[in-house]
Design a protein around this ligand. Structure first.
Ligand SMILES: Nc1nc2c(c(=O)[nH]1)N[C@H]1C(S)=C(S)[C@@H](COP(=O)(O)O)O[C@H]1N2
Ligand SMILES: [Mo]
Length: 160
């Protein structure tokens, strides 16, 4: 009888460990305006009708440039979708989970077909830093060919 219980407990512990290992941290993105924080629904990003595919050349350190296709939403459209009045702000700060930070002028964000929040590359959802990817979200500035400002792992957008 005791033995049966021990085996049962071991099985329960194993199942729990397996579940923890499999569960990934959910992709998250927030928009901050003064003290107001808006959580952007990841599913809304993935299923947005504003999302488009575009070609980009990826220059990763120590590697040859690679031609790829990214999928993302133009940032100004993402702001619109989340009822942010872009015209009220002049400066946008992008924070990444690894501490990287980029600040852009709203003027640059308003330039047509330039700044995109991306979530897919070559048909695959961007993986998180933990999983060895550039995602879950990566800001791509198409007119920045050297890609220093292609901020990986973006998780916070601050409008000022
Ligand atoms: N979050 C984050 N984004 C980042 C960086 C970084 O360190 N962290 N490095 C930048 C730089 S300097 C370059 S050249 C590109 C490509 O970086 P990689 O070569 O590490 O892929 O990402 C940019 N975006
Ligand atoms: Mo770089």
């Amino acid at each position: 009888m005791i033995k049966k219980n021990v085996i049962k407990n071991i099985i329960i512990v194993c199942v729990l460990m397996l579940l923890t290992a499999c569960s990934e941290e959910k992709a998250s993105l927030i928009i901050k305006i003064e003290n107001e924080v808006t959580e952007v629904e990841t599913d809304n990003i993935y299923s947005s009708t504003d999302a488009i595919d575009f070609p980009a050349v990826v220059r990763s350190s120590g590697q040859k440039p690679v031609e790829t296709e990214y999928k993302g939403i133009e940032l100004i459209k993402l702001l619109n979708e989340n009822r942010v009045e872009a015209d009220k702000f002049t400066r946008v700060t992008f924070n990444a989970s690894d501490g990287y930070r980029i600040i852009l002028d709203m003027e640059e964000i308003k330039e047509q077909s330039n700044v995109y929040l991306c979530f897919e590359r070559d048909g695959e959802i961007l993986k998180s830093k933990q999983q060895g990817g550039n995602g879950p979200f990566q800001l791509i500035i198409r007119r920045d060919p050297f890609s220093q400002r292609w901020i990986k792992h973006v998780n916070e957008i601050i409008l000022e």
